[in-house]
Design a protein around this ligand. Structure first.
Ligand SMILES: [Cu+2]
Length: 469
């Protein structure tokens, strides 16, 4: 729940207060709203100043502010938080104002912003305003441009937003730990001209990755490559909100990458153009069509499209391991082998042993296997035609006719017009019908692939161990 208390959207709560100049006093620190829900909050429509189309933060919210004279004042609180990645798993992270990622900050080109940062972490921090052009001493680099914000202390950042665009904030203090713990947030600066590159719906998310052993709650912060939770706004499929749009809407999707590797973001059903990066707007004449755009570490991208194709269109990272949840990476390939006898032998040593399927791994999406506490199945999620076999960085763009503007509620699964769904036909050379895909090795395996000898020690057996990525 968001607690607004004294802070009300863009209302000029302190309209009568005299303009503040110079150093602010501690007594004037605004209250810090907080939210612990993982439900997408309604966009914060501006009630004063230039008009703009507010963004929607997937599974998140926008930070309310107050006007103090001609300053727009925000209050971030860096603190430990609990975040549900998807039903069945929570993580103990660090974030801002009750959540990881922190709330989205939205303001307008030309605004004078004053951002209070209170540190409730067990160690010092700072905030760096990624991509914003500002005085050097407001850049938030510990030791280089400012002293650290000590435990329990509040610092103030003041700067003028000289350009509109797509930005983010994150610590520049003990960076490896603090970003691995989930500290980051989106920062959108809307153009002063309400008509400039305007869209009807504008979605934002940040990508982060975590390595959390099943049954535990804390990310392993020294991990560099072997993550098992690939998240958008610290959520994984099926916990990520859909991108809901009305047919004909101009839609923008903005994202940034604070993981340790690049993410080629792919959207089905439409082509799009990259409209903005953290360096600024891409001139319309310079943008070429894409259906996948790579986002390197430390980059941000925004793409625009017209949602003119009704349907449930997948949107996901195209690295197939990034659309999986907790899994082991040392799995042998059993495709084409017959392993029922083998499994019997191994289970004498390891009762829960489950090898990769001998017809592929799609079974994983459907089966109900016993999971350790506080983790998520590797492949999961169901839709109207069955198991989706996905996880991690995956969601759905849901384009529907006749949605009211501002309606972001999940409209359910798409009702396909008759005759527009792929269908099965009888094949003349079809093998005899069987419920399960038959292994190709009923008589003799054509290829022996890494068959595990039952004599191996249990710890080396490549079971689905839900650990490591
Ligand atoms: Cu990826």
């Amino acid at each position: 729940m968001i607690s607004r208390r004294a802070i009300l959207g863009s209302a000029a709560v302190l309209a009568g207060a005299s303009a503040v100049s110079g150093r602010v006093q501690a007594a004037s620190i605004p209250e810090a709203p907080t939210s612990t829900t993982n439900t997408m909050q309604a966009p914060l429509v501006p009630t004063s100043g230039p008009d703009y189309q507010p963004v929607v933060t997937l599974n998140g919210w926008t930070l309310p502010w107050r006007m103090n004279g001609d300053w727009k004042e925000f209050h971030l609180v860096a603190e430990p938080v609990v975040r549900e990645f998807a039903p069945g798993m929570v993580a103990h992270l660090w974030g801002y104002n009750g959540q990881s990622p922190g709330p989205t900050i939205e303001a307008v080109e030309g605004d004078k912003v004053r951002i209070f940062v209170t540190n409730k972490l067990p160690e010092h921090t700072t905030v760096h305003w990624h991509g914003l052009l500002l005085p050097n001493g407001m850049d938030g680099v510990t030791g280089l441009t400012q002293p650290p914000i000590g435990v329990g202390k509040t610092f103030v950042y003041e700067f003028v937003l000289t350009k509109s665009g797509t930005f983010m904030y994150h610590p520049h203090a003990d960076e490896m730990v603090q970003m691995a713990m989930g500290m980051m947030g989106f920062f959108v600066v809307h153009p002063k001209d309400p008509a400039f590159r305007r869209v009807d719906r504008d979605f934002v998310f940040l990508m982060s990755a975590y390595d959390i052993d099943p049954g535990t709650y804390l990310p392993k912060v020294s991990e560099m490559t072997n993550f098992n939770m690939w998240t958008w706004n610290s959520r994984v499929f099926p916990g990520i909100d859909p991108f809901v749009a009305a047919k004909g809407d101009k839609v923008r999707i903005r994202f940034g990458n604070l993981t340790m590797t690049n993410h080629p973001i792919h959207m089905h059903g439409h082509d799009f153009k990259v409209s903005c990066t953290d360096g600024g707007w891409v001139p319309e004449a310079a943008a070429w069509p894409e259906v996948t755009v790579d986002c390197a570490v430390g980059q941000m991208r925004a793409f625009d499209f017209v949602a003119d194709k009704p349907g449930d269109w997948a949107i996901h990272c195209h690295k197939s391991h990034h659309t999986m949840n907790a899994m082991g990476h040392d799995l042998r390939n059993f495709v084409g082998t017959k392993k029922s006898d083998l499994v019997k032998s191994v289970r004498k040593l390891v009762p829960d042993y489950m090898p990769m399927g001998n017809a592929g791994m799609a079974d994983m999406g459907e089966m109900e296997m016993p999971l350790p506490d506080n983790t998520l199945p590797m492949m999961t999620g169901f839709a109207q035609f069955g198991a989706l076999e996905m996880g991690g960085m995956f969601s759905v763009v849901k384009v529907r006719e006749g949605l009211a503007s501002g309606d972001y509620r999940d409209p359910g699964w798409f009702k396909h017009p008759q005759g527009t769904v792929a269908y099965e036909v009888a094949s003349v050379d079809a093998p005899p019908p069987s419920k399960k895909a038959a292994p190709q090795s009923n008589s003799k395996p054509a290829v022996e692939m890494n068959v595990v000898k039952p004599s191996k020690t249990p710890s080396k057996i490549p079971a689905m161990n839900h650990k490591g990525h």
